[in-house]
Design a protein around this ligand. Sequence first.
Ligand SMILES: [Zn+2]
Length: 147
Amino acid sequence: MQSNTSTGTAPEVRLRSALHRAGFRFRKNVRPIAEVRCTADVVFPRERVAVFIDGCFWHSCPDHGTLPKTNGEWWRAKLAKTVERDASNRLALENSGWTVLRVWEHEQLDRAVAVVSKAVNASRMSASRVSTRDAETRRQLHSLESR
Ligand SMILES: [Zn+2]
């Protein structure tokens, strides 16, 4: 039985090391925001990007999701609840300005890295646009004040 708590599952470890090799720095297994009770696998606090690596079984992947034959009804309810919780966590985080990425465990590693870096870079770009705008506003204010 594989422990899931400190080191994470194989797909998580693979994605984290690939991101690390690509030069990204991030936090792992933390709540993106304190008020939302959910832990993301990879978190970029400054860029507000949260990455979840979803197991195909637990998160009902359309390609590999299955329903155990024993206790089928119980499993159906349990797995449906997970999907529901995923959706409500996404909504809560997005409402707080976060980008939520869900990566299936079956996803190709380089594709997953590309998706994450695209989101992180996009967030950095828009952040630098905002600060440029702020700088301009400050300059204008300053020149008004010094008149
Ligand atoms: Zn899958």
